[in-house]
Write a protein of this length. Structure first.
Ligand SMILES: [Zn+2]
Ligand SMILES: [Zn+2]
Ligand SMILES: [Zn+2]
Length: 204
């Protein structure tokens, strides 16, 4: 066959975060199973041909880091524009199969999306982890006092958001925020002066 029909497969490697793209011929896919491996050697997409009735894909998921399986009709996998397979954890598409023109840009976009997910997972390092630790323990101490941390709106329900060089106390009722710097010894001294903390929320 001079112009053999090819199908493109693409996913994002959960280990190294790179887009993995490879084409397989329809002829080969009809005849046997296929595997598309990442260059890093740590993950591989498996395409199993179940007696020509169905295809089962085993997809390493670059979004949640898990492995998902999905089945589909041979017709949809081998012909037409193609299809995407979703990650059940995040409801995002984590694998594409089909025409090169559609799969390649989709997987490039997926690669960027996965990078964002990864960044969210790895919290940025603290500017000074000793100070951060001390500030958090002091906050715990203050919070243990009766009405130790309250909001100006009258609420005593708040959340703690730990940042690079600060801790935010956020009122769960009005959303007001009190930023506690957590970078230097002075920041710690400042905090220790407070017997109580009031988040600057307004009275309703
Ligand atoms: Zn890889
Ligand atoms: Zn997933
Ligand atoms: Zn409030």
């Amino acid at each position: 066959m001079a112009n053999e029909e090819m199908r493109m497969f693409g996913y994002v490697c959960p280990k190294c975060g790179k887009a993995v793209l490879a084409a397989r011929s329809v002829f080969a896919l009809e005849a046997s199973n296929a595997e598309v491996e990442c260059d890093c050697g740590e993950s591989a997409l498996r395409v199993e041909n179940l007696d020509g009735q169905k295809f089962r894909l085993t997809v390493p998921c670059g979004i949640c880091g898990g492995t998902h399986t999905a089945e589909c009709e041979p017709e949809r996998l081998l012909h037409g524009p193609g299809l995407g397979f979703g990650c059940p954890e995040t409801k995002q598409i984590c694998c594409y199969a089909g025409n090169r023109e559609r799969v390649e840009p989709a997987v490039r976009e997926l690669e960027i999306l996965c990078q964002k997910y990864r960044q969210e997972e790895e919290p940025e390092a603290f500017l000074d982890s000793v100070i951060m630790y001390e500030v958090l323990s002091e906050l715990k101490e203050i919070a243990s006092r009766p009405d130790g941390i309250i909001c100006g709106c009258g609420s005593s329900r708040y959340g703690i958001e730990v940042r690079h060089a600060a801790v935010d106390l956020v009122c769960r009722d009005c959303g007001a925020k009190l930023r506690i710097p957590a970078a230097t010894d002075e920041d710690l001294d400042q905090l220790c002066c407070h017997y109580k903390l009031v988040i600057p929320g307004k009275k309703q």
